[in-house]
Design a protein around this ligand. Structure first.
Ligand SMILES: [Zn+2]
Ligand SMILES: [Zn+2]
Length: 178
């Protein structure tokens, strides 16, 4: 049995949006998906005044304070821009084979690239990147299979080459590791 997954909406992300990820995530991980009550006061504690972005590593630390290591996986879902000091931005970050992860929808939205909004594409990208970060918490590394959600992507267009699935090899690895 694979560890259950807790989805934590980090406001101002839409709670309906986070809830809509639950069903497809269940199909990918075949485990219980719990949508937690949204957290309101976490993001302001990890804001970086000089970069005008939110520190994803600090955000993971804050999540772990509230969801101390349990037998479940915890992913914070946010709509603000995340960074780690060595990179311009990140789509998300995860503890490899650990408890917690975070994912941001900020750069998955076509509107920030000056393109027409595409809600279906936005949802698909968000789902893929949520699967990706959760995959890391289950101990998965980046995958060579271009269609697999565990394939690495640094730009939103790269995500569009992937599907909201884990390839056979990655799926098997989670079951073996559990
Ligand atoms: Zn990754
Ligand atoms: Zn894979």
């Amino acid at each position: 049995m694979i560890a259950p997954i807790r989805l934590v909406p980090l406001l101002p992300v839409s709670i309906e949006f986070v809830s809509s990820l639950a069903h497809p995530l269940r199909s990918v991980f075949h485990t219980e998906i719990i949508v937690e009550l949204p957290l309101n006061n976490v993001l302001n504690t990890v804001y970086d005044n000089s970069r005008l972005q939110y520190n994803s590593t600090d955000l993971i630390r804050e999540l772990l304070k509230r969801f101390s290591p349990t037998s479940s996986k915890v992913i914070g879902i946010t709509s603000v821009d995340l960074f780690v000091p060595i990179l311009t931005y990140v789509f998300g970050e995860a503890q490899l084979n650990g408890t917690a992860a975070v994912v941001s929808t900020y750069r998955l939205d076509n509107s920030i690239y000056g393109l027409d909004p595409d809600p279906i594409l936005f949802f698909e990208r968000s789902l893929i990147e949520t699967i990706h970060e959760l995959g890391h918490t289950y101990g998965l590394y980046h995958c060579k299979n271009q269609e697999c959600a565990m394939h690495s992507s640094t730009a939103a267009e790269d995500i569009d080459l992937k599907s909201a699935i884990l390839c056979e090899k990655c799926s098997e690895q989670i079951e073996i590791g559990d």
